[in-house]
Design a protein around this ligand. Sequence first.
Ligand code: ARG
Length: 439
Amino acid sequence: MAEVRQTVIELLGQLGSSREARQYLKQFASLDESRFAVVKVGGAVLRDGLDEMAAALAFLHRLGLTPILLHGAGPQLDEAMESAGVPIEKRDGLRVTSERVMAVARPVIYRANGAIVDALEARGVRARGILHGVFNARLADRERLGLVGEIESVELEPLRSAVAAGALPVVACLGESSAGQVMNINADVAARELVWAVKPYKIIFLTGTGGLLDQNGRIISAISISGDYEDLIAQDWVHSGMQLKLAQIKDMLDRLPAETSVSITSASKLTRELFTHTGAGTLIRRGERIEWLTELDERQVQALSALLEQSFERRLRPDWFERRRLEGLLWAESGRAAALIARGVDDIPYLDKFVVTPEAQGEGLGAALWQVLRGRFKRLYWRSRASNPIAGWYLQQAHASFRRGAWIVHAIGVEDFGRLERLVADAHQRDSGWEDDQA
Ligand code: ARG
């Protein structure tokens, strides 16, 4: 077992750094086994990507991780209903489930469940199909919706016992009443209730597109509910389906611990999403508070110094902070990102340090911090080394940039050329505070 683990860790190392992979593996394995992840498998994956999904999950299983799978069978069911000549009817986004519909649906759901279990077992992963006994439900509205169930409680025992036996639980979206009446449960509703009951560290949606797309069809890497949500749902390119999805995810996360995150990705990108900082897909978190501090006590200075030293892998001179004329500090609640603002020329704030741990970058905390920074300061200037990996990004953000030798000075919101010259001159002569720089 140790040997397998080693091989796998090396393999993971090829994805990014093995240090990153190891760190995530440790995090994912640190909770109770059944709380690593709930994976919701979309209909498109069931149809076109079963083996790919099984391969990705087999990989997790070999690492000793046991996700809980939840699947619907929407598209398959639509197809079956069409060929059976049963009309499809939806109300409030829910599938009206007459007895006739249920007669068609039940075997389709059983088959989908069986297909997932088979695909996993074909990859050498023990899996257990769980068709009943998880969602205790009552009829939502017999008149309007037929046999659509509203979940009353979630029974975790069947899942826990599967996980304890080393088998991946594969849960179908069926519920039943205490009298044994089987009910159709909407997959999004089931996912929400299951996630609230399990409280997993990760919630994973496996989809065909592999993430949420922006207006140019590119995957949005990270979304923070506290920072981006309001803005995002107000965009005209965010169609109603995506709005609904985001609202559901927000709802989910609102009731879970802050460290919980949602990843929307595809089967083929799942490993990269889970075991690298930058990921592959869309990561959604509740996001964290970013505070504005105008005075720092000893402890805060130390926390800031430690963050800077660790992130840049350099040492600061002991007096680095004293020598600054502080305007203020933007500080992320988790202590993983900060922007230090010093007083600059002509009362224009100078962005002295901008720091985000690599892990927090993957979560989009850097972008969130930048947004807060831009909201607070209409004018700003700073410098960066031309060789800095984020130099290109700074060039995009700045209104004006001036390169001299190894350094680029950037400015936002300043137009007067004489003033820009003064800012550039000032930025060049500033003390970096790093031990290995000339003071
Ligand atoms: N590996 C980390 C996780 O799964 C970070 C993923 C970052 N993903 C992203 N799409 N930005 O929690």
